[in-house]
Design a protein around this ligand. Sequence first.
Ligand code: ATP
Ligand code: MG
Length: 404
Amino acid sequence: MKPVGRLEVPPWSNDAAIGTLFDALGRAGILARFVGGWVRDTVLGSSPLAKDADLAVDKSPETVMRALEAARIKVVPTGLKHGTVTAVIDGRPLELTTLRRDVETDGRHAVVAFTDDWLEDASRRDFTFNALYADLDGTLYDPFDGRIDLAEARVRFIGDPDQRIAEDRLRILRFFRFHAWYGRPPFDPAGFEACRRNAGGLRGLSGERVRKELLRLLEAPAPADTIAAMREAAILDHWLPECDGTARLRALIAREDRPDPIRRLASILSADAAATVIGKRLRLSTQEALRLEVMLAAEPVIDVAGGPKAWREQIYALGGNLYADRLLLAVDAPGDWRAALAMARDWTPPELPVSGGDALKLGLKPGPKVGAMIEAVERWWIDGDFAADRAACLAELEKRVRAA
Ligand code: ATP
Ligand code: MG
């Protein structure tokens, strides 16, 4: 593989962890090159340092592990069968994958053989701009003219798209994921048509792999057109049949303060979508599934027009984050949603200043009445816009205990 140029002052040149890693590998005679996201982003002029690093290495994973252990670098055998080990330096994961070629593929998994041929390794990668490699000093390799496709904002399969999809059908989703991040319309026609033709094959994939691609896609700066195209090409039929359009996603993106893949997911689902079913299918965490459930629920309707008092009441009930989720998704609700959002982000709801213990001290007998009494005082306190302090709440509680 021949160099095609050089990155001037690559962003990793002053990175201590990277220096440590290359020292350790170099001492063992292992050649490592950056590949994937780090090189792509650097070529595009943005710094990749915040995301996980992928490197390709020209020796077996066992050799790489030994070299790192000898240098007292923490190393985790994350995918030995596929040639991947992860070095952890200063708490950062650096993924090292031995050069490989596919020996056998079934559309979902591959049996790989290790090689020392860089071009062979490049050929099994998915898209031309994902086969960009860079040395530590910035020397750049681009065997499939990925830089041209990157400059022209085109996602192009390496080799024949149908064949590459047959090897691993996840590449269909990756085609759209990378288009959402780096592409511009129109799609590369050969790639798009191959994805459309093979969409049925997506059903055999694992939820974990699909989850990763769909959430990464949703995180892109402006994924709505891509998702609309996927829907039209039946790409979402199996994994997200609940998707009913992108109108709310577009409105959400126009108002959101930070992109959030789960919230964006909620925005493309029909009102009757079942969060728990989707959570299981896409292997969402318990917390993610719960958020989705709150976002998809019919209630509570967010009362934006009600003004600050109504906002505080609902922020108190939901918590600031879930309130912000529902507010951002309530794209048709009239009112000053910006001010409501600012309140959700900045205002910490107070805690009710009285408790069941206070009611008992006032002579109430233990039992369900205590809870009901405290709830009634809480209602009164909320209706008063949280103005009553502990003394005032105690006085109200006492009044109610007396009357009971
Ligand atoms: P990101 O910046 O989102 O991490 P990335 O390009 O690094 O993007 P990864 O999923 O981390 O994407 O994969 C790293 C590299 O491994 C890709 O750039 C690509 O070369 C290769 N790769 C990953 N998945 C596949 C796949 N299913 N088929 C072929 N090549 C793949
Ligand atoms: Mg990566």
